[in-house]
Write a protein that binds this ligand. Structure first.
Ligand SMILES: Nc1nc2c(ncn2[C@@H]2O[C@H](COP(=O)(O)OP(=O)(O)OP(=O)(O)O)[C@@H](O)[C@H]2O)c(=O)[nH]1
Ligand SMILES: [Mg+2]
Length: 311
């Protein structure tokens, strides 16, 4: 049971962000808060992949805090950084509500190996545990092995998978949405093949896959989620833009934050659409089925700067 408790996954997140944390946490050695210290803090924040603009913005606010609130110690500054980062990320912290439609259709996309299929398994399990009926669509028709991967997983977890031997992903998802309606399913999750933003024909195909869901059910897909590998750093920004253009994104799932990810890219992505950031519904912190957790801005920010989990 212990690995299901917050402590377990938080520890994995904190471990994963260690490289960043050592960078930042090492700064807060208890010395004075002077210009040198703030310069070093700036460099450390940039090195998390959050980008120069976001770093500048956060640092400006921390400087304001130092003046207005009279912060003196490095511990206070660390708490202020975590606070500003939390404020920046908070609008992206949203609950994925699957009760808005029935069936509630989720389309997943992302570059090769981002963690789409694994994440679909984790999500399906989560929804099934909540008592929802779940159906999966093997929309990755690129490789037979991909269909197999989902089918085996579905069998093991007693979740049906709609697959076709035909190579047309648009036909597969059309069938799956129709089947989900006929079977009165609560949540349908559609897998798609990994693709790179530079593969124009594959990016166009994604738009077609999206449209074919709408043909089978008005308003579908209800969520179009991009799965981003957290270790991709600033390249994630380009992925968000490209996949949004073809798949009309409504949210994100960031995986592999237990690995070598530096984490700051979540802030960069969120800051890009300051007025209305894409929700980050979940984060992946491991390969096990329970290693998918709702994104929590405060916990994440504290983990990133190595601040105590509770204060
Ligand atoms: N450490 C870690 N590994 C993960 C996480 N999410 C996925 N993986 C691993 O990443 C690898 C690729 O995962 P897949 O789910 O097959 O990725 P995909 O996006 O479906 O890949 P393609 O279909 O080939 O494009 C697998 O080895 C997963 O176990 C995570 O949060 N943490
Ligand atoms: Mg896959």
């Amino acid at each position: 049971m212990s690995s299901h408790e917050p402590q377990g996954w938080l520890a994995r997140l904190r471990n994963g962000l260690t490289r960043t944390r050592i960078n930042i946490a090492g700064l807060f050695s208890g010395g004075v808060v002077d210009e040198d210290f703030l310069d070093e803090l700036e460099c450390a924040l940039i090195s998390t992949d959050m980008g120069v603009a976001t770093t500048t913005r956060i640092l400006q606010r921390v400087r304001d805090d130092i003046k207005l609130k009279g912060l003196k110690t490095q511990a206070e500054v660390r708490a202020a950084v975590a606070g500003e980062l939390t404020a920046l990320l908070k609008p992206a912290e949203r609950v994925l509500d699957t009760t808005r439609a029935k069936p509630f259709v989720i389309m997943m996309s992302g570059v090769n190996g981002a963690g789409k299929t694994t994440t679909i398994g984790k999500l399906a399990k989560r929804f099934a545990d909540e008592g929802k009926s779940v159906l999966l669509a093997a929309g990755d028709t690129f490789r037979a092995a991909a269909r197999e991967q989902l089918a085996v997983w579905g069998e093991r977890n007693r979740i049906d998978v709609i697959a076709q031997s035909s190579g047309d992903p648009a036909a597969v998802v059309f069938d799956a949405v129709s089947a989900a309606r006929a079977r009165n399913i609560d949540v349908l999750i559609c897998d798609t093949a990994g693709r790179l933003p530079t593969q124009t024909h594959l990016m166009d195909e994604l738009a077609r896959v999206r449209r074919s869901q709408a043909k089978a059910m008005e308003g579908a897909p209800h969520e179009s989620l991009l799965v981003v590998d957290g270790t991709n750093g600033q390249n994630a920004l380009a992925q968000v833009r490209a996949f949004d253009a073809s798949a009309g994104l409504t949210g994100l799932i960031v995986t592999k934050l237990d690995g070598t990810a530096k984490g700051g890219v979540l802030a960069a992505i969120t800051a890009e659409r300051q007025d209305k950031p894409l929700p980050i519904y979940f984060i992946g912190v491991g390969e096990q089925i329970q290693d998918l957790q709702p994104f929590n801005a405060e916990e994440f920010s504290k983990a990133l700067v190595g601040a105590p989990a509770t204060d």
